[in-house]
Design a binder for this molecule. Structure first.
Ligand SMILES: [Zn+2]
Length: 500
């Protein structure tokens, strides 16, 4: 039996962990593989129970009433038969439980894309420092173990995970366009002469997002496990998003306020920097081509001094990942590569300041709250549930000169969701046990989430030449999952289910 199980991301958007296993004990009644009676004389394949995990992520926020607790960290399912872990991408809700998986005795390889192999130890080091231990020695030991176990596999290449007793499992990673290194996983499972292609989408990116090429549909999927974070809505197109982003920055330029963008360190921060560089370059007229094909300097916005807009990335982790993004240019999309060839530096431009130390961070919060310098600050965490963004929020929410701009999904129960819900009505939010009134303007721009919208998800499914026999909708709020399930049922012939 080829079996799919889910150990997370079925009641919300976090804690992604799925299992694909081959299960056929020797005493089990042999399934009929063929209609040819002669074949029945061939002994049945003897397949020990074995399988893989796809992702092993951390629960965040309170997904659908789920209280985040230490119990969420434990690996509460059997792993003796798990031969490998496949990582779709390095967001913490997909990899955060890896140290606990190792602690539970997992001894197999960690299969991931080449860029993910560069990023995984970095993200886990940070996660370990925050949630696990301050013991440097212990952290190094865990990281050493993870580095030893990692098996980077190039995109588009099959990799055999196991082959034994007539049973085998191979995996292939394909670009998912979500963050650098992100992949969807194609699995070829075989028991005797029964074979099946199962595809796990991981998180899929939106087409036309900056920096990364968009995902292409799988060539085949008998069963598909697909995320549905934005299964109930579409994003604004890139031009609209960019215009709205620009309009918010103009607020800051007009009144010397700060635009605070809570952003995930990996993915969104780099996408935004890329977009901000483009907005500034265009608005300050640096990159317009003259009719003779030469660069011409002119200002399209004479009212604003775009060159004085300061961009601050306040996060050592984001700074680190921005550097990794810069180093991994071969994985950028054609548009970004073209910009680099034309002499632009989309992820390292003049107005960009990176804040590393905690002391500099506190000084920056203090300075920006008092100064009247137009500034854009990107700080984590993306859902305001912790991290440096909290200090900025405390200092800035009460001042109407400031803007808070959400670019990513805000899970239920996070301060980010509360600010988004109550901010526009002049409400308040609780941060570290205290109430803060929200006078700053609150905005949401939907496309920089690095997640595919409903239409993109549908295109991904409809692009598979033969509709999957079964589609499992996971990784979304229940409303999003139900909406996407209904849409799929109307559009494809597959059996669609939402696993519990
Ligand atoms: Zn993700």
């Amino acid at each position: 039996m080829i079996e799919i199980k889910h150990h997370g991301a079925t009641s919300g958007v976090t804690g992604s962990c799925h299992e694909l296993s081959l299960n056929m004990g020797s005493d089990e009644k042999r399934p009929r593989f063929s209609s040819d009676p002669d074949l029945d004389t061939i002994p049945p394949p003897k397949c020990p129970h074995q399988g893989i995990l796809v992702d092993c992520g951390l629960f965040q926020g309170q997904d659908e009433g789920r209280e985040a607790s230490a119990a969420d960290l434990t690996i509460d399912f059997p792993i003796d038969h798990i031969r490998a872990l496949v990582v779709t991408h390095v967001h913490i809700d997909h990899v955060g439980r890896i140290p606990y998986l190792l602690a539970a005795g997992f001894e197999g390889p960690i299969i991931c894309s080449e860029p993910s192999a560069v990023m995984l130890p970095e993200i886990l080091e940070d996660a370990l420092k925050i949630g696990f231990t301050r013991d440097r020695h212990l952290i190094e030991r865990v990281l050493g173990l993870i580095r030893e176990r990692m098996v980077p596999v190039p995109y588009g290449q099959w990799h055999l995970v196991f082959e034994e007793g007539g049973c085998s499992l191979s995996v292939r990673l394909q670009r998912a366009g979500h963050i650098l290194g992100s992949a969807y996983v194609e699995c070829d499972a075989r028991i005797g002469d029964v074979e099946e292609r199962i595809v796990f989408s991981g998180d899929l990116g939106a087409p036309h997002s900056p920096l990364l090429p968009e995902p292409r549909s799988p060539e085949r999927a008998d069963r598909l496990v697909i995320e549905s974070t934005y299964g109930d809505r579409d994003h604004e197109d890139r031009e609209t998003r960019r215009d709205r982003l620009k309009a918010v920055f103009e607020n800051a330029l007009a009144d010397g306020g700060t635009v605070l963008i809570p952003a995930f360190s990996i993915g969104r921060t780099q996408e935004l920097l890329y977009e901000i560089e483009g907005i500034i370059a265009e608005a300050s007229g640096e990159v317009k081509m003259g009719s003779d094909g030469k660069r011409e300097r002119f200002s399209s916005d004479p009212g604003f001094d775009w060159e004085h807009l300061e961009i601050v990335v306040d996060s050592p982790l984001a700074a680190n990942f921005t550097q990794i993004y810069r180093d991994l240019k071969p994985f950028w999309d054609a548009e970004a590569q073209e910009l680099v060839r034309s002499g632009r530096h989309p992820l390292s431009f003049d107005q960009l300041t990176v804040i590393d130390s905690h002391e500099d961070h506190l000084n920056a919060v203090d300075y920006l709250a008092k100064s009247h310098r137009p500034c854009v600050v990107l700080a984590g965490s993306g859902m305001c549930a912790g991290g440096r963004v909290v200090n900025y929020l405390k200092a800035m929410l009460g001042d109407k000169r400031n803007d808070v701009l959400f670019v990513g999904y805000q899970a239920a129960g996070t301060p980010g969701r509360d600010i988004l819900t109550f901010g526009p009505q002049g409400g308040w939010v609780e941060l570290d046990g205290e109430r803060y009134d929200i006078r700053a303007r609150v905005h949401q721009v939907g496309g920089y989430s690095a997640h595919a919208g409903q239409g993109d998800l549908l295109r991904f499914v409809e692009g598979i030449p033969v509709a999957p026999r079964e589609i499992r909708v996971v990784h979304g709020d229940s409303g999003a999952k139900v909406a996407f399930k209904e849409l799929l049922e109307a559009r494809v012939s597959s059996r669609v289910l939402i696993p519990e």
